[in-house]
Design a protein around this ligand. Structure first.
Ligand SMILES: NC(=O)c1ccc[n+]([C@@H]2O[C@H](COP(=O)([O-])OP(=O)(O)OC[C@H]3O[C@@H](n4cnc5c(N)ncnc54)[C@H](OP(=O)(O)O)[C@@H]3O)[C@@H](O)[C@H]2O)c1
Length: 334
């Protein structure tokens, strides 16, 4: 074993993923609140390649990483259908878990993880970076302050162009499909603005029979107070990642809402009858903010013997899983 800095939450990474290499491993390595202690792959050579690039010890086999006492938390970056089993194994080994989105592919699996985390007083979170970007809190404040009148409708979408045919997103057995990959973002955005008590009114999924997964879709939900929300997603479109909050006297539009790069200074557009106002906010590194929030949650859990943020987070996570399952259930497939 190599020697590592000892301050900060000691992270083990499970799966040498493309997204991890592009974004999360540098974040965990560079965040002062965390230490990249070990990196596990199914293949030793791949673990060694990642360890050489990002630091930490190379570990062959995910469960060998879970067996290490010097790993306090894990970041799970596996294909969607494998998150549940590995997160459960990590919680059983008393590791805090930051799992990639979506946390699982079935509401009952999400419920099982939530129960296990609560039982052991561990922190469990899923990596929706946008929830840690201050621009959305600013949007909530603008709505509260009445800048668009009464909120009537939320529109949200996340789409991007096709990926190579062997990508995990096109593997039904690994939890592929556009709904689980990007459709979850509009779902989560609706929960962010309207709360978790949402009802699915209808949905459509465009399925590719050769691939065996959905590649695009749309859905409609409504909140108890009558606000309606529509979401669209796809893996065969020009890139777009946005939402529009439509009020009784104006609209508020956020472009590049879900995955803005760290250097991007967001612009919020407030449109009313006769004028358009643009508000430019400072750039933020949302993934780094998410890792800091996770480390802070672990600190709080240690201090209290339980995760004080668990209930609120778990309510939202269970809500997302239920909404996604319901969208699948009611969807017209084309
Ligand atoms: N939060 C975000 O903004 C964001 C962005 C992109 C992706 N993601 C999420 O990150 C996760 C990984 O996505 P990715 O695009 O990075 O995928 P990826 O490059 O294919 O990585 C998945 C990793 O899982 C491991 N794995 C284990 N069993 C596998 C199997 N049967 N087939 C393929 N890989 C297997 C592999 O690691 P080893 O070979 O090292 O074992 C592989 O590198 C997904 O859950 C995705 O939704 C999140």
């Amino acid at each position: 074993m190599r020697s590592h800095p000892t301050d900060g939450l000691r992270f083990g990474v499970i799966g040498c993923s493309a997204f991890g290499a592009r974004s999360m491993l540098p974040v965990i390595r560079d965040n002062p609140a965390t230490v990249l202690t070990a990196v596990a792959s199914r293949y030793r050579a791949r673990a060694e390649e990642f360890a050489a690039r990002f630091g930490g010890d190379a570990v062959a086999g995910y469960r060998n990483l879970l067996a290490r006492d010097d790993v306090e938390a894990v970041y799970i970056a596996l294909p969607n259908a494998l998150h549940h089993e590995m997160a459960l194994a990590a919680l059983d080994r008393r590791k805090h878990v930051l799992a990639e989105k979506p946390l699982t592919t079935r509401p009952e699996d999400t419920a099982e993880l939530i129960r296990a985390a609560a039982t052991h007083g561990l922190v469990l979170r899923e990596n929706y970076g946008f929830e840690h970007h201050g621009q959305h809190e600013r949007v909530r404040a603008l709505v509260r302050e009445g800048h668009i009148g009464r909120l009537r409708h939320v529109e949200s979408s996340f789409c991007y162009p096709s990926v190579p045919r062997d990508d995990v997103r096109y593997r039904p057995d690994l939890g592929g499909g556009a709904l689980l990959d990007v459709g979850v973002y509009p779902v989560r955005a609706m929960q962010y603005f309207l709360g978790d008590d949402l009802t699915v009114a209808g949905a459509v999924l465009r399925c590719d029979p050769a691939l065996g997964v959905d590649v695009a879709g749309s859905f409609v939900v409504h909140a108890a107070d009558g606000v309606i929300a529509t979401g669209s997603f796809g893996l065969e479109h020009g890139f777009g990642s946005r939402y529009r909050l439509w009020g009784s006297s104006g609209q508020l539009v956020v472009e590049r809402a879900f995955t803005p790069p760290p250097g991007h200074a967001p612009t919020l557009r407030i449109e009313s009858q006769n004028r358009v106002e643009e508000l430019t906010l400072p750039a933020e590194h949302q993934l780094s903010a998410g890792v800091s929030a996770f480390a802070a949650a672990v600190g709080a859990a240690r201090a209290h013997g339980r995760d004080p943020g668990h209930e609120q987070w778990a309510g939202t996570a269970a809500g997302t899983a239920a909404l996604v399952a319901r969208i699948r259930e009611v969807a017209v497939r084309i």
